[in-house]
Write a protein that binds this ligand. Structure first.
Ligand code: SF4
Ligand code: ZN
Length: 286
């Protein structure tokens, strides 16, 4: 099959050149239409080194010139060390400063070590430490961009609905945390890009060739929903887009950010209880 320009197609009737140009335009429009990043803002990009974060890092570097990559090394053997190699390579090639914080330095344990010591749910501990370290590492920035794509977001809408986490549900979207005490604004420039499109962009731009996954994802609630949604999308093309569009329509322009945020009695960081989740896990690991 050939693109309108006569070149062979790589995805959705478009050649490499036109796919890449259209993808970058879509990301730029998402940023502009949703007012994600204002000119002059100091930008951090939360990077795992996977396809999504390398894609958003590369595009924001092209659009804004100055960005800083921030990575959290959880210490997951045979997974994170590989994605960090890809991240360091991209940062070197594009001259992007890179900050890495690790679970080991923070808690004395890698995630793997902590899970051997205590019977924690991997994603519970991982999410709490990662959120905490990212918060500490990005305090001097105006905005933190993440690589969440449309598949991730459709899954999150369904997950929060199924679990009855409506408070969390309404706070999600292309932008969150703006104006909430103790938080830096978080934005998702790939919000309307499918996982397949992001994978294609990352591959065509030589950002990564291996699409690895965390070994702890299998059997997790998100994984189950992701598989179900992928199956549903096969017979109902556009279902994921419908989910995020309908969700955004229902949410409208209302601001659901929390105003009654506590400070952790231990570390002083924002939290919803007296002691934040990261401090609770730290204590349990002693
Ligand atoms: Fe962490 Fe779970 Fe994600 Fe793995 S799947 S990186 S353990 S949150
Ligand atoms: Zn704390």
């Amino acid at each position: 099959m050939k693109c309108d320009c006569g070149e062979y197609t790589v995805i959705d009737n478009r050649c490499k050149h036109h796919f890449v140009a259209d993808f970058e335009t879509k990301v730029r429009k998402t940023i502009e239409d949703n007012n994600l990043i204002k000119s002059g803002e100091k930008i951090a990009v939360a990077c795992s080194g996977g396809k999504d974060s390398l894609t958003v890092l590369t595009i924001l570097k092209k659009l804004y010139g100055e960005v800083t990559a921030v990575a959290i090394d959880e210490g997951i053997a045979d997974y994170r060390e590989h994605t960090l190699v890809d991240l360091k390579k991209v940062c070197d090639e594009q001259k992007i400063p890179l900050i890495i914080k690790s679970f080991k330095d923070f808690s004395g344990h890698t995630l793997d070590q902590a899970l051997k010591k205590k019977d924690f749910h991997p994603c519970g501990l991982c999410g709490a430490f990662r959120k905490h370290l990212l918060l500490l590492a990005t305090k001097d920035f105006d905005v933190v961009a993440t690589g969440h794509n449309m598949d991730d977001e459709a899954q999150s809408v369904l997950m929060n609905l199924c679990k009855g986490n409506t408070e969390v549900l309404w706070r999600t979207g292309p932008v969150s945390g703006a104006g909430a005490k103790g938080f830096v604004k978080r934005v998702k420039p790939l919000y309307f890009c499918t996982e397949k499109e992001v994978m294609t962009y990352a591959y065509l731009n030589g950002l990564t060739t291996k699409f690895t996954e965390c070994p702890n994802i299998h059997g997790a609630y998100r994984d189950i929903l992701r598989n179900a949604l992928n199956d549903y999308e096969k017979d109902h093309r556009g279902a994921k887009r419908q989910i995020v569009d309908k969700f955004l329509k229902m949410k409208g322009k209302k601001n659901f950010e929390k105003t009654d945020i506590n400070s952790c009695n231990n570390c002083g960081e924002p939290c919803s209880q007296d002691i934040c989740k990261a401090c609770q896990y730290l204590e349990a690991l002693q």
